[in-house]
Ligand binder design. Structure first.
Ligand code: 1PR
Length: 527
């Protein structure tokens, strides 16, 4: 059986390759139109924008053979934007024609109650039986997209499953041997791998009884494990953990373990996402000695939940005068298995220039990476510090009433942005910063808090509320978790989309499952 994978240079195709290999199948890469026609089974993972995918398919002369194959009803599995290009067009790329297998238009999620993009674990409701869902028991699956296939614009005989995210949308289509899914099965843990296996399985597609699942689906709150990574004095790459960003104890870099092993442990313990932050990335150049690239390649071999990587993503000129753009760095990370990249210090610089000039340059790191890989692939890691003020009127910055009074009993504070891991303070407050990042095309905010980092004293609720009120993109709350109850407090007192912790997980003080039980106990949806 000839399995062919269609990679048009999209973001993270490494994950689907790893998933197919992990399942014990071999495959070949599509290099010609003939490969598209002749393959017994075609896999088409899509990442990026509708327009970019269609442009790449046409550039390579793949659009016509693909249409031919689909109209002939030959086995096909499309993932994410590869489902969307089956349609005639999309609001994401007006005027760009899709493959037109399905007549309708892809639409953007309405902004409002739900953060857009949809990033996280949601359910599906199969509306007809399919061998693709043999053995599927209603597990949540991983979605990361801003545009969706509307029910009204999808012929009923193509509709395979629905999902709700503010509105009901088509989360999978199928007709005969042609299937496509909006979620990422290669990033949806064991349940996702089972769906890929059902597609790749040899022989006739026999439909076993598909278990009835819930008629409505709910997005889960995400629990993320974060690995702050750096080289220790011996030059080994270790997971470390700061107290308010100070990572040395008795002069030594705290060593909490090996990154690959810890990441694997969190995958097995049910982490919804895993984040790696190269905390000294601002010093070195990620593409030079490459430890983070190797780490990603290793982890993505057998970790099938989303991986985010941050640290040092910026423009760079190396010692031989060779110039690299932030996009070059990000592309290397995506090819190595990252699903999202996180920008820290460089984003502050970009926003300061944006506020100073009042206009978008179009070639900032945020804009470049977001336009090629999609907003959902760009996370902004914010490192704010509390700045106490005598009164709310004492500053032009956006203040909050501080839950922790200041050293002189101050009741108010604002949150000052920093760069280089909290080493340098900037005259920019967190609200100005996140609003500008969203305008420039970022898809998610990783909201740390230096004052809370490593303190086990709980999340900075007032900061999270302030940022959640300022942006419509998802917000990951980070810093300060000391027990499972802190996550319950986080999700009952704020609209945070995800909660991240490091120290308590590394030191095995609290388990990921314990956290999920605690938030489920207060009525939150969990995976
Ligand atoms: O600025 O683009 O090179 O990125 C550097 C990245 O490294 C940024 O994302 C920045 O947040 C991170 N970083 C830099 N220095 C430190 C440090 O700790 N000295 N760590 C650092 C950031 C914060 C969280 C941490 C939570 C949870 N770590 O990610 O994991 O605070 O911790 P807790 O649960 O133990 O409280 P660039």
């Amino acid at each position: 059986m000839k399995i062919a994978l269609l990679d048009y240079g999209a973001g993270n195709v490494r994950s689907i390759r790893n998933a197919v290999r992990h399942l014990g199948f071999s495959f070949s890469e599509v290099t010609s139109r003939e490969d598209i026609i002749s393959a017994d089974k075609l896999l088409f993972p899509g990442v990026g924008s509708f327009g970019l995918v269609m442009e790449q398919l046409r550039l390579r002369g793949y659009a016509e053979p693909l249409r031919e194959r689909l109209l002939a009803g030959k086995p096909f599995l499309g993932i994410c934007v590869a489902l969307q290009v089956l349609y005639a067009g999309s609001e994401e790329s007006p005027g760009v024609e899709g493959l037109g297998i399905l007549p309708g238009q892809i639409r953007r999620f309405p902004s409002g109650e739900n953060a857009v993009p949809q990033i996280g674990w949601n359910g599906i409701t199969p509306v007809k039986s399919s061998s693709l869902f043999n053995g599927y028991c209603g597990e949540k699956l991983y979605f990361v997209h801003s545009y969706f296939a509307p029910l009204a614009e999808t012929p009923v005989d193509w509709q395979l499953s629905h999902t709700n995210y503010g509105c009901d949308f088509v989360s999978a289509v199928e007709k005969g041997a042609v299937s496509a899914v909006q979620f990422h099965p290669e990033k949806s843990g064991e349940a996702g791998l089972a769906i890929v296996k059902n597609y790749l399985r040899e022989g006739e597609r026999i439909v076993l009884s598909n278990r009835k699942t819930a008629s409505d689906t709910k997005m889960a709150k995400r629990i993320i494990a974060c690995l702050d990574v750096r080289s220790n004095d011996a030059g080994d790459l270790v997971v470390t953990k700061g107290d308010q960003y100070a990572v040395r104890a008795e002069g030594e870099v705290r060593n909490l373990g090996k990154p690959v092993a810890l990441a694997r442990r969190y995958y097995e313990e049910g982490a919804d996402e895993i984040t790696f932050l190269n905390i000294t990335g601002f010093r070195s150049f990620p593409l030079k000695d490459q430890p983070m690239i190797d780490l990603l390649e290793e982890c993505s071999k057998n970790i099938f939940v989303p991986l985010t990587i941050g640290g040092g993503i910026r423009e760079f000129v190396d010692s031989s005068g060779e110039k690299y753009s932030a996009l070059d760095v990000a592309s290397a990370y995506f090819r190595a298995g990252a699903d999202k990249i996180s920008i820290g210090s460089d984003a502050v610089k970009v926003v300061e220039e944006y506020i100073r000039s009042g206009k978008k340059s179009g070639d900032s790191s945020i804009e470049q990476i977001s336009s090629v890989y999609g907003a959902q692939a760009v996370v902004i890691s914010v490192d704010p510090k509390r700045k106490y003020v005598a009164s709310a009127e004492a500053t032009s910055h956006s203040v909050v009433r501080a839950a922790t009074p200041g050293p002189n009993g101050e009741e108010y504070c604002w949150y000052q942005c920093t760069v280089k891991g909290g080493r340098e303070e900037r005259d920019l407050d967190v609200v100005q910063f996140v609003v500008a990042c969203e305008e420039l095309g970022a898809g998610e905010i990783l909201l740390n808090c230096i004052d809370r980092d490593g303190t086990n004293s709980g999340f900075e609720i007032e900061l999270i509320r302030q940022v959640k009120a300022a942006v419509s993109i998802p917000v990951i709350a980070s810093s300060g978790a000391g027990c499972a109850a802190h996550f319950a407090q986080l999700f009952t007192e704020t609209k945070a989309d995800a909660g991240l912790a490091a120290g308590i997980f590394h030191r095995r003080e609290v388990g990921i499952n314990e956290v999920k039980q605690a938030i489920a106990a207060v009525g939150m949806e969990v995976r």
